[in-house]
Design a protein around this ligand. Structure first.
Ligand code: PLP
Length: 388
């Protein structure tokens, strides 16, 4: 049986271009980048080359790039670094209902520490209205955090407009760019963000490496304590090979993203057209707004998303449902309920996220398999009007 991967928003394989520099770095560049001897200096050089490649990708200066372990750590450092670094007695943070748990649970922790947090609603298409951000700002607002692209829907948020609103009010702006990087242009200066999170394993680099862009003169409190690595913001001996891989992945994205995005957008629309044409009572969530070109979230009324996911897996197709297991029960995706789907509609939705390995033939095979599986599931469980 062939195995086809349609879950690139969960994670990507390490690309061969990246492996070509990552494996030699793992093998040969083992010095500690803080050591004075030649082994240390070689590691330092590799690290700084990776920092420059990443800076070129983001259009920032190399010293604004902090390497760390991934998107979750980048979000934590941005949020706790700003809020704890601010001396005011009363503090307020603005974020949205559709953020990744790395942001939402950081904000929940801030609330336990006495910080007020506003969670902004989004439109039925999964987009934040900048006017709502403006209205939510208070004199004690210290941080606004709005993701660039949503992981489940792919919806692209009006980050540049929100950054301008934040700055007009003197508030620091962070954006989680984990799902945007490598899929849509990311120019941190054009976007106007102060802080921007990225993750290696979403851009064909390995797990365990990420980046936080920290704009010059934006001061963060330390959240970890140790040596002076990464401007003191991320103490600990650097993951040089991981950074080398990240730099190579960023460079690949800078050079190839435009063409690859067009290819993925074509495949995505082929997938959506094919599924809508062959499966009745099916809807594309957030179809009407700007989305990352690889992401499609589709609702199959009358079908349990998880049952469909398993049926597809048995046929060799890997996709995802946004459902999360919490306290033993399967909760529907918080993103899908935030766009107004009821629990059963949210549970009947699946995410297809395309990537470099996917071809037209794979997409066509996926469409046929989805059509067959949905018809069978509806016949097996004719719980509603959907008898297939
Ligand atoms: N932010 C978003 C939007 C994500 O999609 C993810 C991963 O799924 C993360 C943050 C967390 O990144 P990492 O897995 O590198 O910690």
């Amino acid at each position: 049986m062939n195995h086809y991967y349609f879950d690139h928003n969960a994670t990507t394989p390490v690309s061969t271009d990246v492996l070509d520099v990552y494996l030699p770095a793992l093998r040969d560049v083992y010095g500690n980048a803080s050591s004075v001897h030649s082994f240390g200096q070689a590691a330092k050089q590799s690290l700084e080359t990776a920092r420059r490649q990443t800076a070129a990708f983001l259009n920032c200066s190399a010293k604004e790039v902090i390497f760390l372990s991934g998107g979750t750590e980048a979000d934590n450092l941005a949020i706790f670094g700003i809020v704890r670094g601010c001396a005011r007695e009363r503090k307020h943070v603005i974020t949205t209902l559709i953020e990744h748990p790395a942001v939402l649970n950081s904000c929940a922790q801030l609330e336990r520490e006495g910080v007020a947090v506003t969670y902004l609603a989004v439109s039925r298409e999964g987009v934040v209205d900048p006017e709502n951000v403006r209205r939510a700002i208070r004199p004690e607002t210290v941080l606004i955090s709005v993701m660039h692209a949503n992981n489940e829907l792919g919806t692209v948020q009006p980050v540049a407009e929100i950054a301008a609103i934040a700055h007009a009010a003197g508030v620091i702006f962070h954006s989680d760019g984990v799902q945007a990087a490598g899929k849509i242009p990311v120019d941190v200066h054009a976007l106007g963000v102060d802080l921007y999170s990225l993750s290696g394993h979403k851009i064909y680099a390995p797990k365990g490496v990420g980046v936080l862009f920290v704009r010059n003169r934006v001061a963060l409190a330390q959240t970890q304590f140790g040596g002076r690595h990464e401007r003191g913001l991320r103490p600990g001996t650097e993951n040089v090979a991981g950074a080398v891989a990240f730099g190579a992945a960023a460079e690949w994205a800078a050079n190839h993203m435009a063409g690859e995005s067009i290819r993925l957008a074509e495949l995505r629309s082929r997938l959506e057209r094919g599924i809508l044409a062959s499966v009745p009572d099916t809807y594309v969530n957030a179809a009407g707004v700007a989305r990352t070109p690889n992401t499609s979230n589709i609702r199959f009324d009358g079908v349990q998303g998880d049952a469909l996911l398993i049926a597809l897996d048995l046929k060799g197709f890997a996709v995802s449902s946004g459902a999360a297991c919490s306290s033993g029960s399967v909760e529907p995706s918080h993103v899908l309920t935030a766009i107004g789907l009821d629990k059963s509609q949210a549970r009947s939705s699946l995410r297809f996220s395309l990537g470099r390995s996917n071809t037209r033939e794979q997409v066509d095979a996926l469409i046929a398999t989805v059509a067959e599986a949905v018809a069978r599931l509806r016949r097996l469980a004719p719980s509603s009007a959907f008898h297939g």
